[in-house]
Design a protein around this ligand. Structure first.
Ligand code: 4NP
Length: 159
């Protein structure tokens, strides 16, 4: 699985890379680790306003409540050249997915873009919300992360 051998390379993308995708990155890494799945996961934003910044403190606190430390993550903007570094690019909402699709330079790159939620839903931006909105984001990405790992395990060739 994954084009560099057996490690799947995934980038989780939202708008600012400070609220949703840092939680998505952590949830996916945790789900992969728990099940021993070989995964390299990163995150980015379609916008660059927060590049270099730590995640929003409310995301850091939400992750901490669930035993995850995301405080060392630093925001980065997703660039067109980044498509070649990943097998899959998972978007938090339809706008993120649409922006990524526009950035893609080939059919192969466009096909790397999927919504993070496996049911096709959007993870709402909690930036202007409160702690309960961040907790809701975490619950959504945690469930979806487990579903992705299960799907990838199913797709792995039997050895
Ligand atoms: P995120 O939330 O996309 O989940 O990281 C946002 C954070 C900041 C901004 C927008 C969304 N912003 O416009 O600064």
């Amino acid at each position: 699985m994954g084009s560099n051998g057996s490690t799947l390379r995934v980038c989780v993308v939202c708008l600012g890379n400070i609220c949703r995708s840092p939680l998505g990155e952590a949830a996916l890494r945790q789900a992969g680790m728990t099940r021993g799945f070989r995964l390299k996961v990163s995150s980015a934003g379609t916008g660059g306003w927060h590049a270099g910044e730590a995640p929003d403190r409310r995301s850091i606190l939400t992750a901490k409540r669930h035993g995850l430390d995301i405080s060392k993550q630093r925001a980065q903007q997703f660039r067109p050249g980044d498509f070649s570094r990943y097998d899959l690019v998972l978007a938090m909402d339809n706008q993120n997915a649409s922006d990524l699709q526009k950035m893609a330079k080939s059919q192969n790159e466009r096909e790397k873009v999927h919504l993070f939620l496996r049911n096709g839903g959007n993870v709402p931006d909690p930036y202007h919300g409160d702690a309960s909105d961040f907790e809701a984001v975490y619950q959504m990405v945690k469930t979806a992360a487990q579903e992705w790992i299960e799907k990838w395990e199913d797709e792995m060739p039997a050895t």
